[in-house]
Design a protein around this ligand. Structure first.
Ligand SMILES: C[S@@+](CC[C@H](N)C(=O)[O-])C[C@H]1O[C@@H](n2cnc3c(N)ncnc32)[C@H](O)[C@@H]1O
Length: 473
């Protein structure tokens, strides 16, 4: 048994930075921890120690290297370790930090290690090094020597890392001694400077030669918690008063969008369980008003889960709403959200590029929030940059082109179709919209086009794309 004193997993400072929802990425390569390793993991580490959280996070990071989305990898770690909610918070926070600084951590390790470490050792270092960097408030989240001590304890506790515990110790101590020189050298490499794969940096530079640095920087910032006020249940002003009464500071960043100064768990948000508000990015809140829905219209949300836009449309008018999604399990989230908001829609599991789910009655309005690379929401999902490959945008654009063409047939004359992506890549967005309009002789109406991700006092939203089409009469 480990005789070291237990160190609390509670960080000195800094908010947990996990997103509210996970986007669907490539097929999961999730692999469980082997039971033997799991037992070892549990027996040797105090569950409330930083070492436990570091090893849990490192196990998830290894899986991201293998192609698994971080939320899925974390879910596996939580299940296998039986982590408590507090431990889950600590593991999650460390893993998300590791994703945001992976390029830098790997460059630092490459400078200091004589040869590439084994995967779990590398992941442990990638989890420990960011804990020595300052938070936005200028303070590191943990005492530096605590991080070293606990990383070594974590290494000693796992058969795949035990032999490397001396190396982990030496490397982290060297980092503390020579930090500036090591960082100066690492920062010469764009991957370490920006913490994105080189192809991603090149693609952002090529598409946005003026704004590329701001885009990359925003993607590394902690995401805000933004609420959408359900104006069926009360005004934005009234809800702001409710927040004030609960001692929660917030600022208005859109017609119905309020950003909480401090993110909290959803059930701690006043009136959340009663449907007074939903969690939705301010940029995503532009979708429903663009549709210009009127009472009695028939509306389709074609890629609906978890139902953010479905709920918003229903808050704006009494429409006959159908919501479909290819993922039946995710469709349950739509139902839960509608139940919470007290709203109704017909839900169907189905592929938006097929017609087997359609009853043949055309729609006045269609939202097509198509599957995409999610390159515009990397601040919420920092693993995406490491999971995606350069060719993904083109592959996904082929599918979304089919979805758009299919949905167009389901639209009434004069009806409107809103095409949405959370991508930065023009192949998936503007190039797709332009080709679609030509193919289908669709009239383009005013829409924001490409919204670049922005974080700041006035504007704070994800990177989204909007195009609005009208069918000829
Ligand atoms: C960007 S998310 C939608 C977010 C949602 N509109 C909202 O505002 O909450 C894309 C959704 O498309 C679904 N999807 C993926 N491929 C699909 C397909 N071929 N047909 C329908 N839905 C699909 C995914 O399961 C995912 O839930």
């Amino acid at each position: 048994m480990n005789k070291r004193p237990t160190l609390s997993i509670k960080p000195k400072a800094g908010p947990a930075s996990a997103p509210a929802a996970a986007p669907k990425l490539r097929a999961s390569h999730h692999r469980d921890l082997k039971p033997a390793l799991q037992t070892q993991f549990k027996a040797d580490l105090k569950p409330d120690s930083l070492a436990f959280a570091l090893l849990g996070a490192a196990t998830a990071v290894v899986q991201v290297h293998g192609g698994t989305a971080l939320p899925q990898a974390l879910a596996g770690v939580f299940a296998n370790t039986g982590a408590t909610p507090q431990q889950r918070g600590a593991i999650q926070d460390i893993a998300y930090r590791a994703m945001r600084q992976l390029g830098r951590s790997e460059a630092l390790v490459a400078q200091m290690a004589p040869k590439a470490p084994d995967p779990l050792v590398g992941a442990l270092l990638a989890c420990a090094l960011p804990l020595m960097a300052a938070n936005e408030d200028g303070q590191p989240p943990y005492e530096e020597f605590t991080v070293v001590d606990q990383a070594v304890t974590a290494a000693a506790a796992h058969p795949d890392t035990a032999r490397a515990k001396g190396m982990v110790n030496a490397l982290l101590r060297r980092f503390l001694r020579e930090r500036q020189a090591l960082l100066d050298t690492a920062m010469l490499q764009p991957v370490a400077r920006w913490n994105y794969p080189q192809w991603w940096i090149d693609a952002v530079k090529a598409a946005y030669p003026q704004q590329w640095q701001a885009i990359l920087a925003t993607g590394n910032s902690a995401p805000p918690l933004t609420l959408r006020v359900n104006t069926r249940k009360g005004s934005v002003e009234d809800y702001l008063k409710l927040l004030e009464g609960a001692g929660m500071a917030a600022s208005r960043i859109g017609p119905t969008a309020l950003r909480l100064a401090k993110p909290v768990g959803v059930h701690l948000i006043p009136g959340f369980d009663q449907g007074l508000v939903s969690v939705q990015d301010a940029g995503a809140q532009l979708a429903a008003p663009l549709l210009d829905v009127q009472d009695g219209m028939r509306v389709l949300d074609a890629c609906a889960a978890p139902g953010g836009k479905t709920g918003h449309v229903l808050e704006l008018a009494n429409v006959d709403m159908m919501a479909i999604d290819a993922d039946a399990k995710r469709l349950q989230r739509v139902q839960e959200n509608l139940d919470r908001l007290g709203l109704e829609a017909a839900l169907r599991a189905g592929q938006a590029q097929e017609r087997d789910w359609w009853d043949g009655r055309p729609f006045d309005r269609i939202v097509a929030d198509v599957p995409c690379t999610a390159s515009g929401i990397v601040r919420r999902h920092p693993d995406i940059r490491w999971l995606r490959r350069k060719g993904d945008a083109l592959q996904l654009a082929t599918l979304s082109g089919k979805i758009l063409d299919n949905l167009w047939h389901m639209l009434k004359p004069n009806g409107k179709l809103l095409f949405v992506t959370c991508s930065l890549w023009p192949q998936e967005s503007e190039a797709q919209a332009a080709a679609f309009a030509v193919r289908n002789r669709a009239t383009r109406l005013d829409a924001p086009g490409q919204l670049l991700p922005a974080g700041g006092n006035e504007q704070d939203h994800d990177g989204l794309y909007y195009a609005l089409f009208q069918k000829p009469a």
